[in-house]
Design a protein. Structure first.
Length: 296
């Protein structure tokens, strides 16, 4: 009976075996909620657990809290849904598929439907093998894709005759259409120069070439040379500045952009100077440069 007293603020009785306030231990994470919240969805696993008469059949931890052996972090979203039957997730939530699996375990069919990927027929997610966890795209993503499709079809329709021969041409041209967008390449370089300006400068190796732009464009241009360990689950229609290249040659990056149809539209650079040592006149010049590329 001591376990039952520790499980809530009110003592249960025979007619109502569960207290009003219930403590849960879900995978090591402690949650405190009301009993009506846990039984708010009839037929769910929590409803079955907390409407039964035999309380002793439920597992408990050493402090008397009801124990559920599931993901304690994701359970917060399950509990939020139980409160008002609405789903609210943070932006760029990376564990949508895992949360869907938790919803299936807790027998919440409506929540499972909410978490199911909402993909349109023209969605580029199906063509992107690097996307591990599809997310709902940004509000303007569908409009951008529709504009791209329209621009690909209109020229073919204009050159076709009234007999409808342009339909085949439009389909053929559509396969070669590449989406417009910007990609920014940035790198930081430095070199040491002595007092004598005739002395050869000691250049340091470029540590890393950063890539900024839309995820789908970056993956299209750089492919396997793009290191995405810092941002692996970024949706294709989102922008990111967390990618960098596995190589350190700017010319190689420029070649890849040129092959993909991009051309440079702007660049800027900043530089600073500092003395390398207090006892010498050697100076270290550090610069940061960005190149902006655009494809129509």
């Amino acid at each position: 009976m001591a376990l039952a007293d520790n499980a809530g603020c009110a003592k249960p009785n025979e007619d109502f075996p569960f207290p009003e306030i219930i403590e849960l231990n879900v995978g090591g994470q402690v949650y405190i909620t009301r009993h009506p919240t846990l039984v708010s969805v009839p037929g769910s696993l929590l409803w079955e657990m907390f409407t039964q008469k035999n309380v002793r059949s439920l597992a408990r931890d050493s402090k008397g809290r009801f124990f559920v052996d599931r993901d304690g972090f994701l359970f917060r979203y399950i509990l939020d849904y139980m409160r008002d039957q609405q789903l609210v997730l943070p932006d760029h939530f990376p564990e949508r598929s895992r949360l869907q699996r938790e919803a299936e375990y807790f027998m919440l069919p409506e929540l499972v439907k909410m978490l199911a990927p909402k993909l349109s027929k023209q969605n580029s997610l199906g063509d992107d093998p690097c996307q591990s966890d599809p997310e709902e795209l940004s509000p303007n993503a569908d409009a951008a894709r529709n504009l791209t499709s329209a621009s690909a079809t209109l020229p073919s329709a204009a050159t076709g005759g009234p007999g409808g021969a342009s339909a085949t041409g439009a389909g053929a041209a559509g396969t070669d259409v590449r989406r417009a967008g910007f990609i920014t390449i940035g790198y930081r370089g430095s070199y040491t120069l002595g007092r004598d300006s005739q002395t050869d400068a000691k250049f340091r190796r470029v540590a890393r070439i950063m890539v900024c732009g839309k995820t789908s464009l970056a993956k299209e241009v750089f492919g396997d040379t793009l290191n995405e360990s810092r941002d692996p689950d970024r949706p294709p229609e989102r922008y990111t500045s967390r990618y960098y290249l596995k190589f350190t040659f700017l010319e190689q990056a420029f070649d890849k952009l040129a092959d993909a149809g991009f051309h440079m539209v702007a660049c800027n650079s900043t530089g600073t100077c500092a003395f390398a040592h207090d006892q010498t006149d050697d100076r270290i010049w550090t610069s940061y440069t960005e190149y902006v590329f655009y494809r129509e």
